[in-house]
Design a protein around this ligand. Structure first.
Ligand SMILES: CC(C)(COP(=O)(O)OP(=O)(O)OC[C@H]1O[C@@H](n2cnc3c(N)ncnc32)[C@H](O)[C@@H]1OP(=O)(O)O)[C@@H](O)C(=O)NCCC(=O)NCCS
Length: 138
């Protein structure tokens, strides 16, 4: 049976496996150090879906005191379309609400039809009036 529980820094190996196998990782942040730093800053808002001991889904969620933000919302292919992705999102939304956060955002590649279909279906609207910009700190 699949359950949702809080993600902890001890989950790194299992989380990394899911990201590498089913989604892809970002060389800037997706190392054990970056993962640990994120969870230390955001200890109550990220969740894993587990089948027994095995991690089969993740949501990395946090906030900056103003907006919530999601990264790595992923469910292993054999577990998809059973409500697990939405359950992960709902757990993160509830945890953010408890911290006083009223709005949350995420970035999806335009070509990711699976991801965009999911977000649209569960009520995450697009903002075509905005342009996403970023820059390396150094
Ligand atoms: C996106 C993803 C996390 C969805 O997980 P999931 O567990 O299959 O989703 P759920 O079963 O919780 O779906 C919830 C609802 O959304 C719908 N849905 C799911 N994917 C959908 C899609 N691509 N298009 C339209 N509806 C979709 C489901 O049918 C369900 O609807 P219902 O409640 O009315 O029956 C999963 O497909 C995934 O891991 N994709 C690869 C990683 C990725 O692209 N992540 C998002 C980018 S940030």
């Amino acid at each position: 049976m699949v359950e949702i529980r809080l993600m902890t820094i001890n989950d790194w190996k299992g989380v990394e496996e899911v990201w590498k196998e089913h989604e892809g990782t970002n060389p800037v942040d997706d190392c054990e150090e970056g993962f640990t730093r994120y969870l230390k800053r955001n200890p109550t808002t990220s969740f894993v879906a587990v089948d027994g001991e095995k991690i089969i889904g993740t949501i990395l969620a946090g906030h900056d005191g103003r907006r919530g933000f999601f990264h790595h919302v992923v469910v292993a292919p054999e577990y998809r379309n059973h409500g697990i992705g939405e359950d992960l999102v709902n757990h993160a939304m509830d945890a953010l609400e408890k911290e006083g956060i009223q709005k949350t955002a995420l970035v999806v590649f335009e070509y990711n039809d699976l991801g965009n279909g999911f977000w649209e279906h569960i009520g995450f609207t697009t903002r075509p009036d905005l342009v996403y910009r970023n820059k390396y700190v150094k």
